[in-house]
Design a binder for this molecule. Sequence first.
Ligand code: IMP
Ligand code: MG
Length: 187
Amino acid sequence: MTQAYQKYLKEVLIDEATLQHRIIELGTQISADYANSTTLLLVCILKGGVMFLTDLARHITVPHEIDFVAASSYGSGNRETSGHVRINHDVTANIKDRDVLVVEDIIDSGYTLRFVMDTLLARHPKSLRLCALLDKASRRVVPIRVDYTGFEIENKFVFGYGLDLDEKFRNLPFIGVADEEALKDDA
Ligand code: IMP
Ligand code: MG
């Protein structure tokens, strides 16, 4: 049966097994690095980071809490970043003196993460690090230190595994490259 996403899928960039294998490696590394932490808080950036967070957390053996931030830098239907970032939902936890690890789906220009990291840093966590599943490093406009990276990828618009195409297809278990022609047809 043909599924709706197939029209937009140019190619699978990272298949499910490869994603899951890398997430186990990241979880193992994070578990070792935070082995002595008693205050670990994973802060997931909504909505895109949610699939990654839930899989990653299952491989983190250190006791921890999870929390969420929703931020947006893209206007609806616009695939270029605006540089204007807004926090639509803030964390509920008090992060002062805690080990905070931000979990994000993808870093593109860096505007979103820069804003979120600066906002969190101002609240004096004990430590603040960043774990991003995907990094389009060649697109960076503002500097961001990424402590844990799943995969560095080329400058292609991708979707699936938390990342959306106009809010859809976040549920796919793999990362796909969007077909520019199919996107234009829809515009
Ligand atoms: P930045 O502020 O330019 O770094 O953009 C980061 C945000 O843009 C991510 O959290 C995603 O929501 C979105 N984004 C950037 N590149 C892609 C992509 O290729 N597919 C889907 N969303 C993307
Ligand atoms: Mg996002």
